[in-house]
Design a protein around this ligand. Sequence first.
Ligand code: PLP
Length: 365
Amino acid sequence: AWLNVTEKIGGNPSSMHQFGARAATALAEAREKLAHFLGCHPAEIIWTSGATEANNTVIHHFAEKLGATGEIWISSIEHPCVNDSAEHYFGQRAKKIPVTHDGVIDLDWFTMEIADKRPGLVGVMAANNETGVIQPWREILAICQNYEVPFFTDAVQWLGKMPSKDLGECDFVSGAAHKFGGPRGVGFLKVPRKSEISPLLFGGKQERGRRAGTENVATIVSMLTALEIREKQITRNEHILRGVWRDNFEREFLRAIPGASIIGANSPRLWNTVSALMPDGDRKLEWVVRLDKAGFAASTGSACTTGKEEPSHVLAAMGYQTAQAVRAVRFSGGWETTEADWSALANTLEKIHGETQHTKTHSIA
Ligand code: PLP
């Protein structure tokens, strides 16, 4: 799709000539497709450079709209591009919604608090990027609608893995192509049709004046091509089968490595994510290095901030102590990950565990 647009269309969608018109048509088609998947109006879609920009746009918009005394509520497990942006614009007025030890929004807390006080915005991600724990965004949306509070969900981890239907009912929704097989550096923000958006970027009338800058048509079309493929797979329930493979892996893993546990094990989780707490005394970096040598790219925290070694704010919000959080390793599969890949990973983990146990025994001796 990318090559096709680059080679055959190529124009700037704002240009009046035929190349521009072709690009504008491709952009309009992509907008209609996304609106169809989300269940919203095409005019509600703004193309962005990714979810970081989309999320910053939402928070910045509310900072302008609510002024110096406005308060927003976000979950305590949001991606840093929501969390840090909220802290930047709102400081203490960005209240954090607690989560349970299983990593799900504390709905009791939320229901009680919102009955008392109305924030200017509620932001809760659809699924968490570190644990894969699915959040009850539909329930939170319904509560927010009841109190006429705008609701924003970062659907980056959800989109392309779970059905996107109904997401369009949320006032603000963000997504990024690279989480479902599209190119990096492209995403979108769904906004309410009737509201004016305070743009983050100025300098052009693109996207109805809501986001200045020439649209990257080839990556946008590619994003929708990828999403279409994923939506078809989801319709055929292919994600459910992948969830079974992942569950089998978890069983194998827990059997092979005594003392390990799965973070958020009691919550509904995305089918591709396993956040594991390795056994007491083990260092996660050792696991990551040994797995890397064996050909498995595991992660210690959020992939977006690789190398970051501070304890995860997500695990802290779930009540994990720093000494525990430093043992967290994340395994993320994708649509291309096979059942055989998961079982090869389980075997490799068992092998590494055996080797490290052997080394430990020897060093004690
Ligand atoms: N939100 C979540 C939940 C993420 O996992 C990520 C990571 O990529 C982002 C936002 C940032 O998205 P992008 O890399 O497109 O800026």
